[in-house]
Write a protein that binds this ligand. Structure first.
Ligand SMILES: NC(=O)c1ccc[n+]([C@@H]2O[C@H](COP(=O)([O-])OP(=O)(O)OC[C@H]3O[C@@H](n4cnc5c(N)ncnc54)[C@H](OP(=O)(O)O)[C@@H]3O)[C@@H](O)[C@H]2O)c1
Length: 336
C-alpha cells in the first residue's frame, strides 16, 4: 500500500556552500501543476553532488537547500495535469530546481521521473541516469569523431569510466584507460580493459604517446582537469581533441599554446545538462529502455557502501576518502 503524504520530512540541508549538510525536519511542499512527489528509495553520492555542496558546480540554488542530483523511488503524489495513474510508479529521477534527493521526499517536474522496470533494484535504478546517459553521449561523440579510431580516457576506474570501457568494447572502439593508482590498473585489467596506464608511473608519457599513435586515438575524455589534460593532449597525435567533462583535480585546465596553435589540437567541454535538451523525447525514451535492458552487462554500477540519511556526514567523509571501488549510496528503509 502507498504511504500517505506527511507534511514534514527528514532531509540533509545545506545552509552554506561549505560542504556541510545537517539533518533536519523540512516541510514537504505539495506538487505544483506538472510536478510529482517521489518518496526516495536510494540516492548516490556523485562528484557533482560534492562539488555542488562547495558551490563549485555549474549553478547554485538559493540556500538553504537539499543536495542530491539523482535518485530512485516511488511517485506518491502528482500535481494538476499529471496522469494520476503514475501514483505508485517506481522511477529513477533527476532533481529539478527545488530541493534535491538527499531527503525522504523530492518534488520534481513529472518529466524528470523515468519509469523503472520491476526487475531493476532501487539501488541500481538510483544510478541509472547521470552516468549511463553521459557514457552514452560520450560514446556517440567518439563514434562521430572522424579521423579517430580509439579513445583515451582519464579517471577510468570511476563508475562512468567503467561504463565507457564496456560501451566502447561493444562498439569495437579500443580504449586507453588512465588511472592514478596501481590498484586501479589491476581492477580495470581484471574487467577486461586491454590498455590501462597509471599516470604516476615513470613510463606513463612514453607509453601513452606510443599507444595513442599506434591505435590512432585522437579523442580523449577527461574528468580530471589540471595539468593532466594538457599532458595527455600533448602526447596524442596531431589534430586530437580533449573533451573535459569533470574537474576532479579542482584545478584549471592547462594546455600548451604549441598544441593549440601549431598542432591543431582542440579543447572542449561536455555537460549532460546541456546535452539532454538536444535529444528528442522519443529518442531519449528509447535510450532509457536500452539502458534498462542492458543494466546487467553494461550499465550496472558497483556499490561499495550504504548509509542511512541520518549518517550523511559519515557517507560524505567515506566517499571523499575513497571514490574508486564502487559507489557510496544513501538508502532509505522500505515501508512495511
Ligand atoms: N559533465 C557531465 O555531465 C558529467 C556527468 C556525469 C559524471 N561526470 C563526471 O564524471 C566523473 C566520474 O564520475 P563518477 O560518478 O563515475 O565517479 P566515481 O565513480 O565516484 O569515481 C571517481 C573517480 O575519480 C578518481 N579521481 C578522484 N580524484 C581524482 C584526481 N584528482 N585525479 C585523478 N583521478 C581522480 C577516483 O580515483 P581514485 O580512486 O584514484 O581516487 C575515482 O576512480 C566525475 O568527474 C563527474 O563529475 C560529468
Amino acid at each position: 500500500m502507498l504511504p500517505s503524504l506527511p507534511t514534514t520530512m527528514r532531509a540533509a540541508v545545506l545552509h552554506s556552500y561549505n560542504g556541510v549538510v545537517t539533518i533536519e525536519d523540512r516541510e514537504i511542499i505539495p506538487p505544483r501543476a506538472g510536478d510529482v512527489i517521489v518518496k526516495i528509495a536510494a540516492s548516490p553520492l556523485n562528484p557533482s553532488d560534492v562539488m555542488f555542496t562547495y558551490g563549485m558546480y555549474g549553478f547554485r540554488k538559493p540556500l538553504p537547500t537539499v543536495p542530491g542530483f539523482e535518485a530512485s523511488g516511488v511517485i506518491v503524489a502528482v500535481g494538476e495535469g499529471v496522469d494520476a495513474s503514475r501514483i505508485g510508479q517506481r522511477v529513477a529521477c533527476f532533481a529539478g530546481n527545488d530541493d534535491g534527493a538527499w531527503a525522504e521526499y523530492m518534488r520534481i517536474p513529472a518529466t524528470n521521473a523515468y519509469p523503472v522496470l520491476d526487475s531493476i533494484s532501487d539501488e541500481q535504478a538510483s544510478m541509472l541516469l547521470v552516468n549511463p546517459l553521459t557514457a552514452r553521449a560520450l560514446i556517440e561523440i567518439a563514434q562521430n569523431a572522424s579521423g579517430s579510431s580509439a579513445i583515451v580516457q582519464t579517471a577510468a576506474a570511476s563508475a562512468l569510466g567503467k561504463m565507457i570501457i564496456r560501451l566502447a568494447a561493444e562498439q569495437g572502439i579500443p580504449t586507453i584507460n588512465i588511472v592514478r593508482r596501481a590498484e586501479s590498473v589491476d581492477e580495470l585489467t581484471a574487467l577486461g580493459a586491454a590498455h590501462v596506464l597509471d599516470s604516476s608511473s615513470a613510463d606513463f608519457e612514453h607509453t601513452l604517446r606510443e599507444l595513442a599513435a599506434k591505435l590512432n586515438a585522437r579523442v580523449a575524455f577527461d574528468a580530471v582537469g589540471g595539468d593532466l589534460s594538457g599532458r595527455i593532449l600533448h602526447l596524442m597525435p596531431r589534430n586530437s581533441r580533449i573533451i573535459v567533462y569533470g574537474g576532479l583535480s579542482l584545478q584549471p585546465v592547462t594546455i600548451s599554446l604549441d598544441d593549440l596553435i601549431f598542432r591543431g589540437k582542440h579543447v572542449e567541454g561536455f555537460w549532460l545538462s546541456t546535452w539532454l535538451p538536444t535529444i528528442a523525447p522519443p529518442r531519449l525514451l528509447s535510450i532509457w529502455q536500452e539502458e534498462q535492458a542492458h543494466i546487467g552487462d553494461t550499465y550496472k554500477t558497483d556499490v561499495r557502501a550504504r548509509y542511512g540519511l541520518e549518517d550523511i556526514g559519515r557517507a560524505l567523509a567515506d566517499y571523499s576518502g575513497q571514490m574508486s571501488g564502487g559507489k557510496v549510496l544513501l538508502t532509505f528503509m522500505p515501508e512495511d
